[in-house]
Design a protein around this ligand. Structure first.
Ligand SMILES: [Zn+2]
Length: 250
């Protein structure tokens, strides 16, 4: 690779497209995020394309956060196809879908297997949502127990439901609700949602006392909160046409 190698007009990093601008007066690489969400990579003279792409790649979380701040991740929600090979996330890991002649959705050797009749009947999304709910009801209680013990706060129960645009809620009946879509998140981010909702047992509003309770249980909660905004924008939400970008745990 020579230093005089021409820079491309655009660089694609995952779903992020950067317009490349060579800036003779710059000494270092920079990124700007426009109001409409368009991205520019500013390169100093002689910058190698590979080095520029590697740098942009290293900054992608920063870019996602910037876009989330501007509510621009709403359009980034992936459209899912219910066909063998499509990827769905469960506890932060992507699993390939397999359409097969079985009775109920299940996880099998790292694949999410979905009944062919659900696909042909036109309701595979509903079947998969029920699967996330069922998995959540099995997986969440053990996870919650660690935090109830640590925080000394006990909800009256735990439900997994469709909560619209909220990750979780703490009901007047003393029960804690978690959105089924949260089961797509990495466990560390689900932990944040659990801690957030547990803190609502003692503080109804998002006061400084509320955040102090969250911080005592999870000192680095701010990082997880911001990661949740970024990751949430990329989740599958069933038939719902929007992402979680504009809010975090309610
Ligand atoms: Zn809240």
């Amino acid at each position: 690779m020579s230093a005089t190698e021409a820079l491309p007009d655009t660089i694609l990093i995952g779903e992020l497209q950067f317009e490349v601008r060579e800036s003779p007066r710059r000494a270092t690489v920079g990124i700007t995020v426009d109001r409409d969400g368009s991205l520019q990579l500013h390169a100093p003279p002689g910058c190698a394309p590979d080095a520029l792409a590697a740098w942009a790649h290293s900054k992608r979380m920063w870019v996602y956060r910037k876009l989330a701040d501007k509510d621009l991740l709403l359009s980034a929600k992936p459209d899912k196809e219910f066909a063998t090979g499509e990827g769905f996330s469960y506890l932060g890991r992507s699993h390939r879908l397999l359409v097969a002649d079985i009775e109920a959705v299940r996880m099998d050797r790292g694949r999410i297997v979905i009944p062919r009749r659900e696909v042909t009947s036109g309701h595979p999304g509903a079947a998969l949502m029920r699967w996330y709910m069922a998995r959540g009801r099995q997986w969440l209680p053990g996870r919650l127990e660690r935090w109830t013990a640590r925080m000394g706060l006990n909800p009256a129960g735990l439900d997994v439901r469709d909560l619209g645009y909220r990750w979780g809620s703490f009901g007047a009946n003393g029960r804690l609700n978690i959105h089924w879509a949260a089961l797509q998140l990495a466990p560390s981010l689900i932990d944040y949602v659990l801690v957030h909702e547990l803190a609502h047992i003692v503080h109804r509003q998002h006061t400084s006392a509320f955040w102090a309770t969250v911080e005592r249980a999870m000192p680095e909660y701010e990082r997880r909160k911001s990661d949740l905004t970024v990751e949430g924008a990329r989740l599958w939400l069933g038939s719902r046409g929007q992402a979680f970008a504009a809010f975090a745990a309610a």
